[in-house]
Ligand binder design. Sequence first.
Ligand SMILES: [Zn+2]
Length: 63
Amino acid sequence: MTVQCCVCKKTKVNGEWRLAPPVRDARISHTYCPACLVESVALLAVERATLVAAKQHRVGAHA
Ligand SMILES: [Zn+2]
């Protein structure tokens, strides 16, 4: 089975993430490579903080 990063499209080959030509494997497992995982977690943290801040703002406005 091929493991491919859903963000940068790199594929995992022998434990290494490489930028390979488009894979025609029907059994592709999409995941994040370490670099994109860190980026996505950071983005999610920002998004979550924004949501929490917006929620707190709404609660404050209605109180
Ligand atoms: Zn990636």
